[in-house]
Design a protein. Sequence first.
Length: 721
Amino acid sequence: GAGGQYVLDHDKSGVDSANGFPDNTIIRMGLYFWSPRGAQPNPLLQLLGLAGESQLEDSRSLPLKVTYNLWMRKEDGYVPRIADPRIGYFTEDFYSLARFLNDDRTQRYIDRWNLKKKDPMAALSEPVKPIVWTLDPSIPKQYRGAIRDGILRWNKAFEALGYKNAIQVQDVPAGDKDYDHADGRYNVVRWAMTPSAGYAVTNIRTDPFSGEILNASITVDANMAYYIVQEHQKISTPESSALTREMNVFTRDPKRDMPVDTYLWDYDREMLRRQAQQIAGKHGLNRIECDYEEGLAGDAAFAYTAAMASGMKVSKDDYVKSYLSAVVCHECGHCLGLRHNFIASTYLSTAQLANDTYTSQHGSSGSVMDYNPVNIQAVLRGAGNFYTPTIGPYDIWAIQYGYTAFGGIKEPEDEISKLMQIASRSGEPGLAYMTDENADDWDPYVVRFDYAKDPVTYGAKEMQAAHRALHYALTNLPLPGESYSKRTEVLLRAISAVFQEGRFAARFVGGVASSRSFKGDADAPATLEPVDASVQRAAVQLVAKNCLAANALQLPESAMVNLSQDMNQDRTADWNAPMRELISMQQSMLYAMLMSADTTDRIAENSFKLEGQKGAYSLSEHFGAICAAVFSELGENKPISALRRDLQHFAVSGLITQAGSTQGQLNTDTRMIANDTLKRLRVRYAEQLQHPQGLDDMTKLYLRDTLDTIDRFLNRTAVAK
């Protein structure tokens, strides 16, 4: 908001314009607010560095434009369709007296268009009223074809139901001299221009009583075409409060109401998102939340650099177009009523994602409604299907559920048995569904921007691409006469990519794979099944080798002394990247995630569920593997680097927190293992100090300090007993 308290001036406020169209009326209000004191910046946003600059010419004067879009409800014979939790549609929900004796008294109608065949008996018929998209004149000529292609990809799903040209794309009709994108007869794709935002946003207008979609629009920000080939995301050093959060996760905290990964890495973003949701709820707003384009833009830019390192064989223009087609296809899916599906990206294996012939026909993901990243298999070759080129099997199935015409239906309940037959396929490959409220938590297969049926194997490929981009930056950037800022951004982004994949892999440790399947569904998997032990071990090995090992993420001195950033920035502090703190914090946060109470609780729970199963992943194995990676230098009689000292000091603090936990703060087995691990480490620290040959002064000081810390804790607990 503008900040501060403003009062509406009734005399200066009123109707700016009123435009009537055949289906809707647009009323634009000019509202004038004033304040004697002017804007008062929000201290929370200031603290997070998100307050921004005021766009008001005078902060005492706040003019606002508010637009009302009024629709007349028509009776067109539309029959609502009942939702099913196995398939993701936006819904219109209401308390139903007809369901009074049911366990669930809420009736849910899916949002969809009123699509009917001209000839119901024909195997393939055009619809009575197709879904027509209009490309606004604001869209640049060179990108209109890519946007058209992204929209028309959905015809594949409707053709399977017998609809010909169900979705159409047109330019503004030549005969409409009074064209206005606000005219409800047009479903418009527009191109916007902002100083720095890069987004695509979807709006659908539905009948709140039936769920019938009346109109839709997609707005694409021009910066997306720029951001996806320019590194623009930088790693920032976590603020001091992150240190407190790191230590908090080692024990249970009933007040921590978000996944440990979000709590550690995206805490501030999550808090702002929840605050925005609360504000929206107070004001009765209803919008589709989608961050796909923003997140994909950074991934796309880094992938472009990595592809350049692999000998890019695709032009920059074609790369941008394939990105735009994928993004618009995703947003068009929302406009058909579909929600996100964050398990769809696990449809194909890492090996299958390298098969362009297969992905061209079946898609790279089970659904375009996932946050599908750039296909790293194409990046490593510098060619291929970087973005999923067509809709997936889930998309076709979801459209079948929403748009199959059964005939002779007068009430929603009349088609339930037929809909159940469609939904019962949920266990088939590529048809799994999990959405926003399921994402980025304890199911490691339900994650934004992950890929492949074997995500740990895919993560190794992502790390390979990151190291390739890092090497490319060190050997090819900057060119003579250029600053080091571009190289610095690529290096920082490569490091970020490695840790991101480490976080994805860490989710599999103690992970549980979920399913929405009902009993009797075809090929239905278990609804809550512990992740296979071999996958958990592979995940730990990947993280240990690439993120926690002594030789991970090393940069040469020539790079370390030239890590300057953009000198055109106003803040000179940004020119000096604090690499030790930056990498150290990333490592400690990843260690905290792996050893958190949430993770260790799930490992213990999975062990209980699979008690007696040979080869199950256990807490003792987990502690052994992580501590072996973190404390690998002890006993090797060589100096311990600054980064390693930071990580080991943090790990010891975490073990002390867990070993000293009270009843209910931690799983009992975890507390015992942490205590035993500390005692074992104490022996190793003491033995290393007895053989100081080869150690530098800082290493000796670190070893003595850590040994003293452990002794104080163990002696204190001994007295307490």
